[in-house]
Design a protein around this ligand. Sequence first.
Ligand SMILES: Nc1ncnc2c1ncn2[C@@H]1O[C@H](COP(=O)(O)OP(=O)(O)OP(=O)(O)O)[C@@H](O)[C@H]1O
Ligand SMILES: [Mg+2]
Length: 280
Amino acid sequence: MNPSILQFENVSYTYPGVHKPAIVDLTLAIPARTKTAILGHNGCGKSTLLLLADGLYRCDTGLIYWQGEPLQYQARSLNQWRQRIGLAFQDPEQQLVAATVAEDISYGLCNLQLSQAEIAQRLQQTLLDFNLQELANQPLHYLSLGQKRRVALAGVMALKPELLLLDEPTAYLDRLQTRHLMQELDRIYHHGTTIVMATHDLDLAYTWADWVIVLHEGRSLMSASADRVFNNVALLEQLELGMPTLLEIWNALPMALRDRQNPPKTVAQLRSLWCNISQV
Ligand SMILES: Nc1ncnc2c1ncn2[C@@H]1O[C@H](COP(=O)(O)OP(=O)(O)OP(=O)(O)O)[C@@H](O)[C@H]1O
Ligand SMILES: [Mg+2]
């Protein structure tokens, strides 16, 4: 496992006026330069965990560390914290602040105190990367939900954070936009960004993630390499999280055929494994 970029140590959090805590004595580490998926049922605490990680909520107890340095909640420290960590909210409506697409993306960039030339260059590049050029001057309230989602993601990714937290980033996106987003995530991952994604899309998590955190009722039930988590069929079944489709197909093949082979992560890998098996 890579050294951790972000750590939670015995973190608990209860929403004001609510009896049951949303996050309970949570200790976990996000390994640097990995693609981490957070899995778990509705209400298990995924969004709360991400909001705590970004410093938007303050832990009741426990500490959060960035490479060993604890999160402090004074304005200046928080500002610095949020320059390293970018969070795309589950609900894009909560993220968008300006009148038009271009203004919204520029807004975050202006807060980074970049030069006008750098802001203009990053804005154009972001509009291009997210296929938003035609919508650049559209008022945000004219956009569809999927388009708003793309603008919110674009706005966060334009800031080039070291750690990118994405809350259900593919919700409302069609297959084409999901593919574009995943290509964009691959690109920034290869430039050294650590990415954490809360998702209900098990197939996407299976193909994409190399580290997985399974949350249940505010607690971490497992935090391990994706291979270990997806091999733990008993846990996935016990939690009724389901199985990735590819793994289900693979496990349905006779054991003699699967013997000593790693399960495929993509359809292309399944095809190639199947070709090898058929030739034997
Ligand atoms: N603003 C809030 N006030 C009070 N309780 C809240 C609030 N937001 C979330 N909760 C509660 O905290 C718990 C964790 O919620 P959270 O939104 O983190 O779950 P989640 O895993 O992100 O769920 P989902 O998969 O539906 O997005 C739930 O029990 C939820 O009802
Ligand atoms: Mg959520």
